[in-house]
Design a protein around this ligand. Sequence first.
Ligand code: ATP
Ligand code: MG
Length: 251
Amino acid sequence: MLELKDVSVVVTEDNKKLQILKDINLQLDKKKIYVMTGPNGGGKSSIAKTIMGIYQPAAGKILLDGEDITHKSITERAQLGIGYAFQQPPRFKGIRVRELLEIASGQELDAENCDILYDVGLCTKDYLDREINASFSGGELKRIEIATLLARKLKVAVFDEPEAGIDLWSFQQLTETFQQIHEKYETTLLIISHQERILRLAHEVIVIDQGRVSEITSRDKFLADLEKMDLDCRCRDDCIKGEPVNAECDR
Ligand SMILES: Nc1ncnc2c1ncn2[C@@H]1O[C@H](COP(=O)(O)OP(=O)(O)OP(=O)(O)O)[C@@H](O)[C@H]1O
Ligand SMILES: [Mg+2]
């Protein structure tokens, strides 16, 4: 349903052009959960921003249900049913949580939207009429942003490190919420995460490294490989023993 075909993204920094995504090919099917992971700075958030239209590809195409949306604006993509929860959520100052959820869902708040606050671990009576301001913690903002995406019943929902800033107690509930929205609304979920518990939700795991798709694999294979991974660094052993550092060590 959502396809990225040979997508490259170039940004300009200090008057220099920097290619941050190279020939990205992804096919996200309806109703599936994808978890995107990989090293810091690999390009995961950039892919999310490209899907949302915040970054425009220098080359390649983006298709939604076969329709070319490469040149559609952020608003047009939102109307088509694509949503993105930022890694660092913006602060919508001077607006109440109730209003934000109403804008997101496009309707007056009903029992279902109250449930959505509960789903992200917030007590409705404490938050519904609270004005969003500087007093909100990072974790609270993150949950409210996740709730606005849940309210929209999207075709494709992209969550960028939803676990960041969320306490352990609510984290369990959040993983269950992802499972539920996927079942209830048939939303295709693309979750950027480094957490094993989130990886366990995935039908497929997409590994992004150095601006490229380095691997697309099943959850079971990914987790099995993770267990087998040799994380011992030989250079470190040499260093501890006071011996010359092994020049062939590549880690
Ligand atoms: N607008 C921009 N201008 C300059 N460089 C950028 C821009 N956006 C992204 N980059 C660079 O592209 C690379 C990928 O960044 P991105 O945020 O996509 O990584 P990430 O995989 O999400 O990392 P993390 O796991 O730390 O969140 C980084 O080196 C980043 O500095
Ligand atoms: Mg990121």
